[in-house]
Design a binder for this molecule. Structure first.
Ligand code: S3P
Length: 169
């Protein structure tokens, strides 16, 4: 069966947006980023949502956006790293989509996002420690909900896109 959506999950900095953009243009599908849609719906950036209304509110907005997006087809959907924390999100995404986990080592993640100011959950002094803790809490969930797992640590964006395309055939 051919998937109607490709859903990219994985930790912050795992390349979901870059890979998703490229894959969508190759397939001629729409690219959707759940964080972008949440920002649009709330009229403010993710950082501001966390700061003013807290993580629980952000997670509710995320679930609403996921539900809407999951009902359409022919999309590559890049999800925020915490989308797996609510099982209803995964149930919705699985209805029309192939779930692809972009697995990345904590050290690669740290290298890629150490200078980013866009991630409220990593706005702490020990960024590396926080990445390890969050990843260890989530790793099993990412693995267990995924239909396809791709270890991106030593791959380029193009390599990852190619691997996903191969897994579709
Ligand atoms: C989060 C990841 C972020 C964003 C929010 C929370 C998380 O998305 O949704 O900051 O809980 O891992 P990216 O994975 O696109 O950075």
């Amino acid at each position: 069966m051919r998937a109607k959506n490709i859903v990219l999950i994985g930790f912050m900095g795992s390349g979901k947006s870059s890979v998703g953009h490229k894959l969508a243009s190759l397939l001629g599908w729409r690219f959707v980023d759940t964080d972008t849609l949440i920002g649009k719906a709330a009229g403010k950036k993710i950082n501001k949502i966390f700061k003013e209304s807290g993580e629980a509110h952000f997670r509710s907005l995320e679930s609403q956006v996921v539900k809407e997006v999951a009902s359409s087809e022919n999309q590559v959907i890049a999800c925020g790293g915490g989308v797996v924390l609510r099982s209803e999100n995964i149930e919705n995404l699985k209805k029309n989509g192939l779930i692809v986990y972009l697995k990345t080592s904590p050290s690669k993640i740290y290298d890629r996002i150490k200078h980013s100011k866009k991630r409220p959950l990593l706005d702490v002094s020990d960024i590396e420690g926080r990445i390890k803790t969050l990843l260890s809490e989530r790793e099993n969930i990412y693995e267990s909900v995924a239909d396809v797992v791709i270890d991106t640590s030593d791959l380029t964006i193009d390599d990852v896109v190619e691997k996903i395309k191969l897994s579709l055939s």
